[in-house]
Design a protein around this ligand. Structure first.
Ligand code: 5AD
Ligand code: FES
Length: 333
């Protein structure tokens, strides 16, 4: 099963008559390889300031309507502490590509958070080898940087002034430095083909990803893609299920974007191959402003409410919350 060819993947993506079977198979493979425990990662979206202009993203520098914020060093550490006290075993630091945070500041934050007995994930974009190295040396364990799409032409269209080769270089640096590598893609970008989605899935395998996050594209009204159609929830779920089948033992989050398109999206994802959820652990004041796409969930909740909510939903489907750090455990088959 994990040796599906590109044409087999394409056929599965195109044929909608066997979807329930696909989701069931992915769920079984998930259970067999990573078990019934769900890993919760506490997400701190610490700055929505971004120098990039990705066409799909609401945080793009050219969106002048968004009220921008930065969370102070002290408050980032406060939210991390609070999350660790609530039982989170991983803290994820995510932001736009905000140059205000120097290497030194990020290293200081990493040092402080690593005193909490948690794993630490960074999701702060494209950096130099030396910066990635400094963060690894400071104690960061994982790095998330989605490839977004492996269709080079589409990549170019979606990411003005950016470069596909550099993205790959970043992924290689991260791997080389010994981080756990998280990547992923958007599903339903305008002009994206089924063929290229199959390439995306095979790409995750070719780089030996430890974690893959997949979510539907959601059109943001303050971006150049405001008139485009949203991606399909079902197709995103299929790409995710196939990723589980092809990479049986990796970590796969039930992404927040899934739940924006379907009120039960994260639970459906957890029953179709996913084994991770990343609840927000910051205060209400920031949540709506980290508006990558519209109609984000949990913008009126606080960290305690999200923790309770997601725990309840996970237990209601007969799964439990993991208590370990949730590193990728390679299963030899
Ligand atoms: N719809 C869905 N996902 C988006 N992202 C950015 N903009 C959008 C959008 N409009 C995703 C990207 C990025 C992640 C943090 O959010 O894939 O890597
Ligand atoms: Fe935030 Fe349910 S996870 S309200």
């Amino acid at each position: 099963m994990n040796n599906l060819t590109k044409s087999e993947i394409i056929n599965i993506l195109k044929d909608n008559t066997q979807d329930e079977q696909l989701f069931k198979t992915a769920d079984e493979i998930r259970k067999k390889n990573v078990g019934n425990k769900v890993h919760l990662r506490g997400l701190i979206e610490f700055s929505n300031i971004c120098k990039r202009t990705c066409k799909y993203c609401g945080l793009r520098a050219e969106n002048k309507t968004l009220e921008r914020y930065r969370i102070s060093e002290e408050d980032i550490i406060f939210y991390a502490k609070q999350a660790s006290e609530m039982g989170y075993k991983t803290i994820v630091l995510q932001s736009g590509e905000d140059e205000y945070f120097s290497q030194e500041t990020i290293c200081k934050i990493i040092n402080e958070i690593k005193k909490l007995d948690v794993a630490l994930t960074l999701s702060i974009g494209e950096k130099s080898y030396d910066e990635y190295k400094a963060y690894k040396d400071a104690g960061a364990d994982r790095y998330l940087i989605r490839i977004e799409t492996t269709d080079k032409e589409l990549y170019k269209q979606m990411h003005p002034h950016m470069n596909y080769e550099n993205r790959i270089k970043c992924l290689n640096y991260i791997k080389e430095l010994g981080y756990e590598v998280g990547t992923g893609c958007l599903v339903g970008l305008p002009g994206q083909t089924i063929d290229s989605l199959a390439d995306d899935i095979l790409f995750f395998k070719s780089i030996n990803a430890d974690m893959v996050g997949i979510g539907p594209f959601i059109a943001h009204p303050e971006t150049p893609l405001k008139d485009a159609s949203n991606g399909s929830f079902n197709l995103a779920l299929k790409v995710m299920a196939l990723t589980r089948i092809i990479l049986p033992d990796i970590n796969i989050p039930a992404t927040t974007a899934m739940e924006t398109l379907n009120p039960n999206g994260r639970i459906i994802a957890l029953q179709s191959g996913a084994n991770v959820v990343m609840p927000n652990v910051t205060s209400k004041e920031y949540r709506a402003k980290y508006e990558i796409y519209p109609n984000k969930i949990c913008i009126n909740e606080n960290p305690t409410q999200c923790r309770g909510c997601i725990e309840g939903k996970i237990k209601a489907i007969g799964r439990t919350i993991a208590e370990d750090f949730g590193f990728h455990k390679k299963v030899i088959s």
